[in-house]
Every structure is written in C-alpha cells, then in structure tokens.
Ligand binder design. Structure first.
Ligand code: HAM
Length: 427
C-alpha cells in the first residue's frame, strides 16, 4: 500500500522531479534561511522556537474570534486528556505566550525572530498552502516609531539581500480602539446603500468584520470602495503623530513606501502601524510579508503592559518570487571530487583520503558499493562532481592520481598529498 501526502502540504526535497517544483528544493530553503539568520543577527534579533501546538484559546484570544483564521482555518484537535490544542496558525501568539510565561521582560533580549511552519486550513492555490513557513520577528517594549521603522527595514533588507526586486511596501495606520470603532461605523454607513451590490463574502463580513471588506479582491466591491472614507481621518492625535514620524524616518533612510488607506490586516491584534510588502510576481497571493504594531496584546494575554511590533514573511512566496524573477541563484551543492577506488586495498585508502579531505571541509564523495567503473562515472556525472579520480593499484604505488575535470574532460596528474591544496583552490 502506498500513501499520498495530504492536500495542501508539500515535501521539501533535494531535487524535485516536477519542473514546476523547483521552489521546493531544499538548497533554496537553506539559502533563504541562511540569509534570514544573517539579517536577524545584524539587526540584533534573537532566535526563539515555541512548540508547534498551543492551547486553542491562546490563538482565539490573540488573533480574534471573528477572523477567518479562527473561524475557518485552524487545525484544532482534542488530545487524549481532552484538552483543546491547535497547530500554530501564526507565530506572534506563541512568542507572547512564552514571553509572559517565562517572564522574559526580566531578561535583556527583547527582540525575537523565528523561522517556523504555520498551519492554516485554506483553499490550496499557488502561494497558499495548509502548511507554510514564516520568517517572523517580534520586537517587544518600544513605543518608538523607530522600532516600527527598524522592523520594516529588516524585511526590506531581507528581500533586497535575496535579490528580489519591484516589491512594494504598503503602509497604513489603524489608530487606537476608538479610531477603529468610529471607522467601522463610518464604513458601514457608507456601504449600506450598496449592500445588495456587494459580493456575498463582503455581505457576510459587513456583519462580522466590516473592515475586512476593504481587503476584497472582487472587482464590484473594489469599485464601490473607491470613494469609501479613509481610516487616516479618524486617527487620534498620538497615532497621527506616530504615523507621521514613521513616514519621515522611512523617507530619511530611503525606504520607499506607499500609503494604502485600505490596508487592514486579517488578525485582530493590531493597532496604529500596519504594513504589507507585496509583489506583482505572484498573482492573487501577492503578500510576501505583513505585520504591524500590537501594543495591547501582551496585556490581554496576562503579561505586562508593553507595546510591540513585528511581521511575518512567507518563505514559499519569497522563493516563488525569486524563481519568477529569475534571480541568479546558486545551484544545488555538488561534490568537488568523486573518488572511485578499484579493489579492496584501494577502497581502504580511498576512505582514508576521503575522511582526511572532509576534515578540511572539502566536499568529497566516493564509490562505496563497488559499482563498475562506467556506472560509477555515470553517477559522478549525475551528481555533478567537479572532478573525478580513480584510485587503483598503480595510483597507490606512484602516490599520484589522474584528476579529471568532468565539464571539460581535461586531466591532470597530481600527487595525493597535493590533492587537498588543489581542490581547495577549486571550491
Ligand atoms: P499573516 O499576514 O497572516 O501575518 O502572514 C504573514 C505572511 O505569511 C503573509 O504575508 C504570507 O506571505 C505568508 N502566508 C500566510 N498564510 C499563508 C499560506 N496559507 N500559504 C503561504 N503563505 C502564507 C501573521 O501571521 C502575523 N503573525 C505576522 C506578524 C508578526 N505580525 C506581527 N508580528
């Protein structure tokens, strides 16, 4: 009996047999993760790894009971002791749960990052999966608009360093609770005369979560929304000043952005700053990353009353964009040398030589299974070894090998004790 992978999830493999599956190749994931680590380190963010499931209530409380994530998308199950648990749909709630539980406010590090899988029961399409991965950052404790700017800069720098181009930073402020209450009513008042013309989804949202109507992709909804009131005219003075300062800081460090007054996020915990980085390369699922400020959330979860700001960026969508934009990327790692021993004595020597070269961090593979020379050479070619060398009685006697470059077919005789020096030059 053979089993199939569940719908909406995928394997990350060294090489994907499907030509459309290049984005699932692990060397690309490792590249993106390595750059994420470097950037987070440069910005002073420290790695945090909460568990993959948490109590269901944590996510309900944080993300909001009226959101799509909580009402439709969570992987919730009862464990054997009848606790309700949920596979993490996003990282912020888990980080804050750990922060409160472990009293992390007592420790110096207040800026966290994670690269973790998230689980959402969504309709599968390109760029939208039931298990996706996010680079997320959460900076806790600062009210300063410079903290918002730092977090946005980190995301922009990450995408720049990867070589992605043409992305847009969209920025908005959703003020405080009063702003949102007043705006919600104003938006409902504005939409009421058009109610019958709205899409079915927006009609439902009108009652549950009217701000999300602003997110609608439906062309009719978009037309109606063209003249809708702007949330920025409802901001309290502090939020207004915060937003103005943030815009100035971003201009000062030359981070281009657009103000999008219709930008609201799919999670309820935000206040003041919200932002999203979008790319046209992806079609409908155009958000590479999004985040914002969530000043009240920590307190709601029983922690100290500290402000916070962060974002999550989708690794799948980032890799898809890199490929779509044909950004030059390193090829799959391949061995510098493939060593083929002939006979048992040579095999012993070859293994010794391989071990010694590996200790010097040279990527070497050797034929372990006594395949015929022709088959071993074919294999060396398939794994794209740069050089191949045969180690037989003659080579052992003279202490030299014939180093053959696979791409050109050129050979050179080289003393075994000079091999590591020669290969290091060719890495
Ligand atoms: P989010 O907007 O729900 O925010 O997700 C962040 C990013 O994850 C999206 O911009 C997108 O790139 C990616 N993403 C989300 N869902 C999927 C999916 N089904 N398939 C593929 N990629 C997806 C959050 O999760 C917040 N926790 C971000 C945050 C952190 N805000 C403050 N701190």
């Amino acid at each position: 009996m053979q089993f199939k992978i569940p719908k909406g999830v995928f394997d990350i493999l060294p090489q994907d047999p499907d030509p459309e599956g290049k984005w699932r190749e692990s060397h690309l994931w490792m590249l993106v993760e390595t750059i994420a680590y470097q950037i987070c380190n440069a910005f002073g963010f420290k790695n945090i790894r909460p568990p993959i499931f948490e109590s269901t209530e944590l996510f309900q409380r944080s993300i909001g009971t009226g959101t799509d994530i909580v009402t439709k998308e969570m992987y919730t199950f009862q464990d054997k002791a009848d606790r309700s648990l949920t596979l993490r749909p996003e990282g912020t709630a888990s980080v804050l749960r750990a922060y409160v539980e472990k009293h992390l406010d007592q420790l110096p590090d207040q800026k966290f990052f994670y690269i973790l899988p998230m689980f959402r029961y969504e309709r599968q399409q390109a760029g939208r999966y039931r298990q996706h991965h996010q680079l997320g950052v959460e900076a806790i404790g600062s009210h300063s608009p410079y903290q918002d700017a730092e977090v946005i800069h980190l995301l922009v720098e990450f995408l720049n360093r990867l070589g992605i181009h043409g992305f847009k930073v969209q920025l908005n402020s959703i003020g405080n609770m009063d702003t949102r209450n007043a705006y919600r009513q104003a938006l409902k008042d504005f939409l009421l005369p058009f109610f019958e013309e709205l899409s079915l989804e927006s009609q439902q949202r009108y009652h549950i979560n009217p701000l999300r109507i602003l997110d609608s992709k439906d062309p009719r909804d978009k037309k109606i929304l063209q003249d809708s009131p702007s949330i920025l005219t409802f901001l309290d003075t502090d939020s207004e000043n915060h937003f103005a300062s943030l815009c100035h800081i971003l201009e000062d460090v030359r981070i281009p952005f657009e103000i999008n007054t219709k930008l609201v996020r799919g999670l309820d915990y935000y206040n003041r700053t919200v932002f999203e980085v979008t790319s046209d390369a992806l079609g409908a699922q155009n958000s590479l990353g999004g985040g914002g400020r969530y000043d009240g959330l920590l307190k709601t979860l029983g922690g100290p009353d500290l402000p916070a700001v962060g974002f999550g960026a989708g690794i799948e969508r980032i890799i898809l964009t890199l490929l779509k934009q044909q950004v030059p990327l390193p090829s799959r790692p391949h061995p510098t040398l493939f060593l083929i021993p002939l006979g048992d004595v040579a095999k012993k020597s070859a293994f010794r030589l391989t071990s010694s070269l590996r200790k010097q961090s040279i990527n070497v593979e050797m034929e372990l299974d006594d395949r015929k020379l022709k088959a071993a050479l074919r294999y060396a070619n398939a794994i794209q070894a740069t050089f191949v060398a045969v180690l037989g009685e003659e080579e052992l006697k003279t202490g030299t090998v014939e180093l053959k470059e696979m791409s050109t077919g050129k050979s050179e005789k080289i003393a075994l004790d000079m091999l590591s020096k020669r290969l290091k030059n060719d890495r």
